[in-house]
Design a protein around this ligand. Structure first.
Ligand code: OAD
Ligand code: ZN
Length: 241
């Protein structure tokens, strides 16, 4: 399965994973654009923009509270765990669009959350921010300063946290292999990361049960799910060392 890039896997020092919702699908967290994807049933413009939030913070919060409960109860899957274990033999960085924290819970130590975190809550006005896993009694929850709290996630139309994005580009720019798992690569700017890796002549590997808009640009595409394929790939990489 990995023959075309075996030599490159063996020589690789720095491996970057770019992950999306499909990475956590087998942990019971729905994707956005798949068959039972969230954006098939919900209009993101009504629940994932700052305007929608100020228009109806209770509604947006109820949606996020449901997702938070599901995510907090979910467990990392074999794919997340395999990525974490690969740190034993390679320099590994995870650039994730996911807000679920499952890479960190699986043990990955270098995870850059491009779209924020659903566990982190911040004030819409003051600098308060905290990790909160319990549910809120009253929605929307209020900060000590009296203003509304919000999930620390990136909504449509909002920029990515610039420090995180800058760091992500530099990791993408300097990796030897980029493994892209469980993302449709339809959302910018995260979908430009493979282009930065290409500038460093990195090998691009895609793991996804379906074709994506960038499948043709990959050095290797593997059609399968992340919890099935990633452990096989990381086992192969470990054996080559
Ligand atoms: P999408 O829902 O757009 O794409 C999920 C991808 O995962 C698809 O290509 C599926 O084929 C693939 N997939 C499904 N199950 C899989 C599995 N078990 N193993 C591997 N792959 C699987 O999700 P993202 O690309 O992550 O942004 O979406 C990007 C961003 O769009 C999200 O971060 C979110 C959303 O709007 C914000 O909320 C800012
Ligand atoms: Zn505040």
């Amino acid at each position: 399965m990995f023959e075309p890039i075996l030599n490159r896997l063996k020589a690789a020092k720095k491996i970057v994973f770019v992950t999306g919702a499909g990475m956590s699908q087998e942990s019971g967290i729905p994707t956005f654009r798949g068959r039972d994807g969230l954006w098939r049933n919900y209009d993101p413009m009504k629940i994932a923009t700052i305007d929608a939030f100020y228009e109806n913070p209770k509604l947006v919060w109820e949606w996020y509270e449901d997702r938070r409960k599901n995510i907090i109860a979910a467990q990392p899957n074999l794919g997340h765990r395999a990525i974490a274990e690969l740190e034993r033999c390679k320099e590994v960085v995870v650039l994730t669009q996911n807000i679920d924290g499952l890479h960190q819970r699986a043990g990955s130590t270098k995870v850059l959350e491009l779209h924020g975190s659903i566990i982190r809550i911040k004030c819409t006005v003051c600098s308060f921010q905290d990790h909160i896993v319990s549910s809120f009694d009253k929605l929307p929850p209020l900060c000590k300063c009296g203003k509304i709290l919000r999930p620390d996630v990136v909504w449509f139309g909002e920029p990515l946290p610039q420090d995180v994005w800058g760091e992500a580009i530099s990791y993408a720019n300097s990796c030897d292999i980029m493994i892209i798992a469980g993302t449709s690569l339809l959302v910018s700017p995260a979908n430009t990361l493979p282009l930065y890796a290409k500038q460093n002549i990195a090998a691009l590997v895609e793991i996804n049960p379906e074709d994506t808009v960038m499948s043709v640009d990959m050095d290797l595409t593997i059609r399968g799910t992340s919890s099935n394929i990633i452990p096989k790939l990381t086992e192969m990489i470990s054996k080559l060392n």
